[in-house]
Design a protein around this ligand. Structure first.
Ligand code: ADP
Ligand code: MG
Length: 150
């Protein structure tokens, strides 16, 4: 499902502060498997995630999703094939939009969208149910802007 093959990324190549962020990284995850990546500060964890999402272009190596080579596919196109949660939650959400609107954006990721009202009663009910599982009270704040949470 996810294959990283011999991924290499060097920052400031050839300069005194050269940093080898990814040094021939190979990783293979099948559908349903999950991985935990542990490493000290600067080990290359974020670089790996950025390479998977497309935010970071590799010097060499490949990234495959479901067997398709996405190495040269830009972030916005790859977004239809993967989802990502950022370390800073504000980065992965639209702050001036409501919780419900953000969930709608997530639901419609990678799907074609037309000019129709997106949030309807059925969707809101479904989001409420899914948020309730988290036990954070978010199911009662679907109309709250993300920037006003907390
Ligand atoms: N945009 C960048 N420009 C220059 N160096 C970077 C950049 N991003 C990461 N690095 C360097 O690459 C190495 C790996 O960093 P990073 O992937 O952020 O590690 P981690 O997430 O495991 O802390 C570090 O030495 C870091 O300083
Ligand atoms: Mg990091």
């Amino acid at each position: 499902m996810l294959d990283i093959k011999s991924a290499r990324k060097v920052f400031y190549k050839g300069q005194p502060d050269e940093k080898i962020a990814l040094n021939g990284l190979t990783l293979s995850l099948k559908a349903g498997e999950f991985g935990v990546v542990i490493g000290s500060n600067g080990a290359g964890k974020s670089s790996m995630l950025n390479a998977i999402s497309g935010a970071l272009s590799l010097d060499s190596g490949q990234v495959l999703i479901n067997g398709n080579d996405v190495t040269n596919m830009p972030v916005h196109k790859r977004a239809a094939r993967l989802a990502r949660v950022f370390q800073d939650p504000m980065k992965g959400t639209a702050a001036s939009m409501t919780v419900g609107e953000n969930m709608l954006l997530a639901e419609l990721r990678g799907k074609s969208r037309g000019f129709r009202p997106g949030l309807n009663a059925a969707r809101l009910a479904a989001y409420k149910e899914r948020l309730a599982v988290l036990g954070l009270g978010l199911e009662n704040r679907l109309d709250t802007k993300v920037e006003l949470l907390s």
